[in-house]
Design a protein around this ligand. Sequence first.
Ligand code: UDP
Ligand code: MG
Length: 326
Amino acid sequence: MGEPVLTIVVPCYNEEEVLPITIRELSGLLSGMIGEGRVSPRSRLLFVDDGSRDRTWELIYKTGLANHLVKGLKLAMNAGHQNALLAGIFTAKEASDCIVTIDADLQDDITAIPKFIEKYKEGHEVVYGVRKSRKKDTWFKRCTAQGFYTLMAKMGVNLVYNHADFRLLGKRAVTELERFREANMFLRGVVPLIGFKSAEVYYDRMERQAGESKYPLRKMIAFAFDGITSFSVTPIRLVLTAGIAACLLSILFGAYFLFLKVYGDPESGWTSLIISIWLIGGLQLVAIGLIGEYIGKIYKESKQRPKFIIDIDMFNLPFSLRNQAE
Ligand code: UDP
Ligand code: MG
C-alpha cells in the first residue's frame, strides 16, 4: 500500500511577514518526513491565499515555482478562515490520503504532525491537536477562550477542549465532511459530528511568529456568537424561559401594586408601570433580535451560496500551465 500521501493545508490572510518562516519550517518538516519514509514522496504543502491584500500570493506562487513541495491555491476574495480551510481541504482531497490543517503563524507546534501521522496509521480517521498550555497567549485571549469553551459546553455543543483548527483528517473523514452542506461551517463543531475513530495529540501553543492576529476582539465575538447560534437553539429557549418568568413576575407585581392601591398609596402605580414597560420592552427586543439571528441563518442557508471561489489552483494544475496562471 505504501506510505500515505499527506497534504498540509495552510490558510493565509495577509501573512507576508510570517510566511517565509512558515514555508521554510514546513518544507523542512515535510521533506524530513518524506526522507524518513513516514509519508509518501507525493506529499505536499498547500498554501491557501484567502484574498490577501499584501504580497502573500506572490510569495506562495514564487516559492511554488522553485520548491516542488509547495503548492498554492488563490481564492478570488476573502472567504474567512473556515472557508479557506475548506477550500484547501477539498482541493487536496483527491490526491491525498490524509490532510493536516495548520495556521500560518506557527502558533501550533509543527513537530506534532509526525505524531498525527502515527495516529492515522493506527487507524484514526481524525486526529485533534490539543493545546497543553496557553502560557504564551495573552491573559485576555486565555480568559475569553476558556469562557467560550465553557459556554459552548453549557449550550450542549460537543467541542474538543482546547483544540483549534490544527488537526488531521483522513480521506474518509473529508468525504463525509463534504456532505455537511451548511453555509456557516464551524469546523470545530462539525468535525466531532463525523464520528469516526479519533485521537488527540497534545502540544504547547506558542506565540505568533510574526505579523498580527487576524482575529481582533470584534471577529472573536462574531466567531463565538456564530458558533453558538449555528449549533444550538438554547439561546432561543432561554429567551422563552425569561419571557415566561417576566410574565409571571409582572402578574405578581400587578397583584402587589393593586393591593397597595386598594389600601391607599397612589404613587406606587407609576413606579410599577415604568418598571414593567422597561422590563417587558427589553425582553421583547432581546427576543426579537435573537429570533432574527436564527432567521438570518435560515436565510443564508437557503441561498446555498458557494463557500469560496477558487481563482488559481496550483495544486491540481499541470506544471506547464502554471506560468500562464500568474
Ligand atoms: N485567516 C484566513 N482568513 C481570514 C482570517 C484569518 O485565512 O479571513 C488565517 C490566518 O492567516 C491564520 C489563521 O487563519 O493562518 C488563523 O488566524 P490568526 O492566527 O490571525 O488567528 P488567532 O490565532 O489569533 O486566533
Ligand atoms: Mg494565530
